[in-house]
Ligand binder design. Structure first.
Ligand SMILES: C[S@@+](CC[C@H](N)C(=O)[O-])C[C@H]1O[C@@H](n2cnc3c(N)ncnc32)[C@H](O)[C@@H]1O
Length: 268
């Protein structure tokens, strides 16, 4: 019978992460997919940083990974911007053939809009296994920049993470999802902010914000409402690399205390 644990060990966390295991006297054929975090070089995980220090080759998503993070590596660095999936895969495979330690560095956490499953499929063709190291998503750095929580008692207990339609997606669900009156975090939407605000079903005075480069030195936060945020963002000339947050949590007033503190353990 199949051991259920063997699958989870293959797909999930490998607690030997970062250790170069040898199989039949040969290095295991693997690549590390590392979340770089939202931008501030100190917001990469300890494990992620250790892998960068060990890496011989780092292929990074140039548009959103802060170049300062590359100071952690002495290896060769390649910006994947403009490279096809096949070209990136071949580059990884060639380095693995030479027993090099290879890191594929993604912004934030690779499991959000990171297109990693398709890379893993391609790498399988070269018999290369992927070990993943989580990162801090920009959605969490955006909450910090805003000085709020994404879920807040009495305002919203639900967070919807979504994105507008674009080159790689025909239709989005922003109108439908906005009817739930929850917190919405919208990735990849900076250039479409006017369109997004026109299609949401929330009242025009619903709080809304745009956070550019959360956690970077040039971080900018613009707050307003569904009715006026698009104009404010356009006036500020921000066109990319920003998170849109819609909902009462943007302006955290009239929330209810969580009662997490100061209670007898029995009633928790
Ligand atoms: C391809 S997605 C990658 C998201 C990433 N995996 C994450 O977890 O943050 C790129 C989008 O993430 C958002 N983003 C990434 N870094 C950001 C940052 N530092 N501040 C605000 N938004 C950011 C923007 O919406 C951007 O268009």
């Amino acid at each position: 019978m199949k051991d259920p644990k063997s699958d989870s060990a293959k797909l999930g966390h490998d607690f030997g992460i970062g250790t170069e295991k040898k199989r039949n006297g040969q290095m295991e054929r693997k690549v590390y997919f590392v979340g770089a975090g939202p931008g501030n070089p100190k917001l990469i995980t300890v494990l992620g940083r250790e892998m960068l220090e060990k890496a011989d080759l780092v292929i990074y998503a140039g548009s959103l990974v802060n170049p300062e993070i590359l100071n952690y590596t002495k290896g060769k660095t390649v910006d994947s911007y403009g490279l096809t999936l096949e070209e990136t895969t071949k580059m990884i495979a060639d380095a693995v053939d030479l027993e090099k330690v290879v890191v594929r560095l993604h912004s934030g956490d690779p499991s959000l809009y990171g297109a990693i499953i398709e890379q893993m499929e391609e790498l399988k063709k070269y018999d290369i296994r992927v070990e993943r190291i989580s990162g801090v998503s920009s959605v969490f750095a955006s909450a910090v920049a805003l000085g709020t929580q994404l879920t807040l008692n009495g305002i919203s207990d639900t967070l919807i993470i979504t994105r507008p339609a674009g080159k790689t997606m025909e239709k989005d669900l922003i109108t439908e999802l906005s009817a739930y009156n929850t917190t919405m975090a919208i990735f990849l939407g900076t250039q479409k902010i006017r369109e997004i605000m026109e299609k949401v079903r929330c009242p025009k005075d619903t709080p809304a914000a745009l956070i550019f480069h959360a956690s970077w030195e040039d971080e900018k936060v613009i707050t307003g409402t569904v009715g006026d945020i698009a104009e404010k963002v356009e006036d500020a000339g921000i066109m990319r690399s920003a998170m849109i947050i819609i909902g009462g949590v943007v302006n955290p007033i009239n929330y209810r205390r969580s009662h997490l503190y100061g209670m007898a353990p029995k009633s928790l």
